[in-house]
Design a protein around this ligand. Structure first.
Ligand SMILES: [Zn+2]
Length: 206
């Protein structure tokens, strides 16, 4: 799938500037709807699973609930420019019967997102379509202006997939694979907000 070009470049910015003050103010809301201060906050519930397996020691994350709180503090800073906040609904140990494969269905949060932490995994992280897996030993290629800690960045990246985003292989952005970058462009913010709004609405109905 190809990425849409940044919409701002094609917007008639110059025309807007010739309009008188009030009209300009009204136009600017239409033309630049994606600045964080203009965006109503969307809160997406997330259940965090600390994976544990009796059979497979490589599964067993050593992260704690305090680590998760700190990680999501940083995830929410990354996502703040999109007006999206991830609220940890609960953090608990999820046992993996057999040591691998899918999370037990009855443990998954419905109408919200699920993030699981694991000690070792083939990739830094993965979005399965139902839940995210993040390796607590994740390693990223450093890029200028990137985040200094891999786990929050990988978590924020996988949540990006969960909110409908594809990869964008540019070294400074969140949806690039395997780097510390964390910026979002306007079309990504728009797409992520459309997905986040569904979870936010479902959470409000609970
Ligand atoms: Zn990815």
């Amino acid at each position: 799938m190809t990425e849409a070009a940044p919409t701002r470049a094609t917007w008639p910015i110059g025309r807007g500037l010739r309009l008188p003050g009030l009209a300009l103010a009204a136009m600017s809301v239409v033309l630049f709807p994606l600045h964080a201060e203009d965006l109503p906050q969307l809160t997406v519930p997330v259940r965090v699973h600390l994976l544990h397996s009796e059979q497979e020691a490589a599964v067993n994350t050593t992260l704690t609930e305090a680590d998760v709180a700190r990680i999501f503090g940083r995830v929410n800073k990354i996502w703040a420019p999109a007006g999206i906040r991830f609220e940890v609904e609960s953090t608990g140990v999820t046992h993996m019967p057999g040591g691998g494969g899918a999370l037990p269905k009855e443990r998954l949060l419905k109408n919200g997102l699920n993030v699981s932490y694991v000690k070792n995994f083939a990739e830094n992280g993965f979005w399965s379509g139902q839940f995210a897996i993040v390796k607590d030993t994740a390693w990223l290629k450093k890029v200028p202006g990137g985040l200094d800690e891999p786990i929050p960045r990988v978590t924020a990246h996988e949540l990006g997939h969960a909110l409908g985003l594809e990869h964008r292989q540019d070294v400074t952005n969140l949806m690039a694979s395997g780097t510390t970058g964390f910026s979002l462009n306007e079309s990504e913010i728009k797409t992520a907000r459309e997905h986040a709004a569904k979870f936010a609405a479902a959470a409000a109905e609970r």
